[in-house]
Design a protein around this ligand. Structure first.
Ligand code: HEC
Ligand code: HEC
Ligand code: HEC
Ligand code: HEC
Ligand code: HEC
Ligand code: HEC
Ligand code: HEC
Length: 309
């Protein structure tokens, strides 16, 4: 009997904690995601007393898969947005509602001290974006509160960090509408701007934009001070050398998390590793095999000579 009770209690607790992380599991059931995860939505038009179907603004369609892995997955929509959104049509004045910023919730909170939110805020205020647009260029311009993940801490490998991080810049720098909304003019073509860099695609897959566009800060995981283009890194040697700046920035996560596989393992374990000069595992293996064969040959030769004597 007692065992039964314990099992019952355990399943209850289990489903409770699960339920907490499953706000967005079935978009069709969720009162907001019924509309906000689809290209079209339907509602009851009370004036005409009939069901209607309309197109959804694509910028208001949320990525429910990404939300489920985001840092704020335990939140329901109305923890951040007004409860009055529960009715549709949404009231017009809800547009004016102030939304909490990262600092409102995380500033001064010991639980999140390791992220150093205040220091990041200081760095952001020195950056080119803040110079040009002030407070209106807030954290949410790069960080989507719905889906954000601290990728540098959770990623499996450096490529994943680079991809996620660069997409944050490219949502704007490669998107005409978003860029124009902020700047009020056309965006410069990134491919043109970086024409001096050979193998552009390869570079953008292997280094973050911030590698060249920020200073390395030892005390912060991610530098946030984007500097003017005149101060960007152009010098190949800064990365392609024994003491590459990448060791103090992009690759420091590998050190922190003690992941040491493949090429990156070499970077950490071997100070003379130069970026762009791969050590091919097959060749390494082959050289060992050849060495063993040579030694074996010598041994056989020596044995035969002794026997012949
Ligand atoms: C019946 C469909 C429907 C439902 C349900 C719905 N929304 Fe909306 N929502 C819309 C549409 C359509 C828009 C675009 C603006 C408009 O038509 O009012 C919108 C706009 C928004 C906006 C952007 C407002 C702006 O203009 O900046 C927010 C935020 C929002 N909804 C949140 C919510 C939340 C939170 C819920 C659940 C509590 C919810 N919505 C439920 C259809 C819906
Ligand atoms: C952790 C807080 C948080 C949660 C949880 C949250 N939102 Fe948002 N949402 C925001 C913020 C902040 C913005 C404004 C983004 C900006 O400034 O660009 C926003 C903007 C929006 C917009 C306008 C589109 C846009 O990108 O500007 C819609 C629609 C929306 N949210 C719907 C929802 C729905 C539906 C949910 C639940 C499934 C939800 N939000 C959960 C913080 C949140
Ligand atoms: C409405 C308050 C609120 C806002 C706004 C908010 N957060 Fe959070 N955030 C939280 C809470 C609460 C948690 C803890 C969630 C949990 O326990 O799973 C959290 C978790 C996190 C975590 C994970 C911390 C950890 O170690 O598990 C990060 C990183 C984070 N938020 C970054 C941000 C960033 C960046 C922004 C702005 C773009 C932001 N948050 C905006 C309340 C907020
Ligand atoms: C110009 C774009 C941009 C702006 C603006 C921006 N960030 Fe970031 N932020 C990034 C990028 C890129 C990363 C690296 C991705 C990652 O690892 O999380 C990052 C990472 C972070 C992290 C994770 C750092 C860690 O230690 O793991 C936090 C926390 C953070 N930002 C908070 C903020 C806050 C708070 C603001 C506003 C004061 C802000 N960011 C503004 C681009 C930006
Ligand atoms: C290898 C270093 C490097 C990388 C990686 C890099 N940049 Fe640059 N970037 C530069 C340099 C150097 C300039 C200055 C070019 C010039 O003025 O001729 C520049 C210029 C720019 C400009 C200024 C455009 C203008 O003329 O107004 C923008 C915007 C920019 N980069 C964004 C990005 C983004 C976004 C990424 C990531 C996808 C990125 N950069 C990756 C080095 C780099
Ligand atoms: C929401 C849009 C948006 C996002 C996201 C964004 N930027 Fe920008 N960025 C701009 C705009 C607009 C300008 C033009 C600023 C000006 O008028 O001087 C700019 C300018 C720049 C410049 C050129 C500065 C100069 O000297 O001309 C660089 C470099 C840059 N951004 C890098 C980045 C990097 C790196 C990221 C990601 C970490 C990023 N941006 C994210 C909108 C954005
Ligand atoms: C921000 C750091 C950085 C800068 C600056 C930089 N590179 Fe690279 N480069 C890399 C990384 C990382 C790779 C990927 C190599 C790897 O995976 O080992 C790469 C790859 C390459 C490759 C291909 C090598 C291969 O393994 O196939 C060439 C060629 C190259 N870079 C040339 C240059 C030249 C020339 C410059 C200067 C104009 C330059 N790079 C500037 C970081 C950088």
């Amino acid at each position: 009997m007692r065992i039964l009770l314990i099992i019952l209690l355990a399943t209850c607790l289990g489903s409770l904690t699960q339920a907490k992380a499953q706000y967005y599991d079935d978009p069709k059931e969720h009162q907001c995601l019924k509309c906000h995860s689809n290209t079209s939505y339907s509602f009851h038009n009370e004036l005409m007393d009939r069901e209607e179907k309309r197109m959804m603004n694509p910028y208001y369609v949320l990525d429910t898969v990404a939300m489920r892995t985001g840092v704020h997955q335990v939140f329901d929509c109305t923890d951040c947005h007004s409860y009055e959104y529960s009715t549709y049509p949404h009231q017009a004045n809800l547009k004016l509602e102030p939304l909490a910023t990262c600092l409102d919730c995380h500033g001064g909170d010991e639980t999140f001290a390791s992220y150093q939110f205040e220091r990041i805020d200081e760095e952001v205020q020195k950056s080119v974006h803040f110079d040009a647009y002030g407070e209106s260029f807030n954290c949410s311009k790069c960080h989507d509160q719905h889906t954000y993940r601290p990728i540098a801490r959770t990623a499996e490998n450096v490529k994943e960090i680079v991809d996620y991080s660069n997409k944050m810049c490219l949502t704007c720098h490669a998107n005409m509408q978003r860029y124009e909304m902020v700047a009020g003019r056309e965006k410069p073509e990134l491919v043109q701007v970086h024409r001096w860099l050979p193998n552009q695609q390869l570079h953008f897959e292997n280094v973050r934009c911030i590698e060249c566009h920020t200073d390395v800060t030892d005390s912060l995981m991610v530098s946030h001070n984007i500097r003017p283009k005149t101060q960007a890194v152009r010098n190949c040697i800064e990365c392609h050398s024994g003491n590459s700046k990448l060791k103090a920035s992009l690759y420091k996560y590998e050190n922190l998390q003690k992941r040491s596989e493949g090429v990156l393992g070499n970077i950490i374990s071997n100070d003379s590793y130069v970026i762009g000069t791969h050590q091919v595992p097959f060749l390494q293996w082959l050289s060992v095999v050849i060495l063993i064969c040579v030694l074996g040959g010598v041994l056989v030769h020596v044995i035969f000579r002794i026997l012949k004597k």
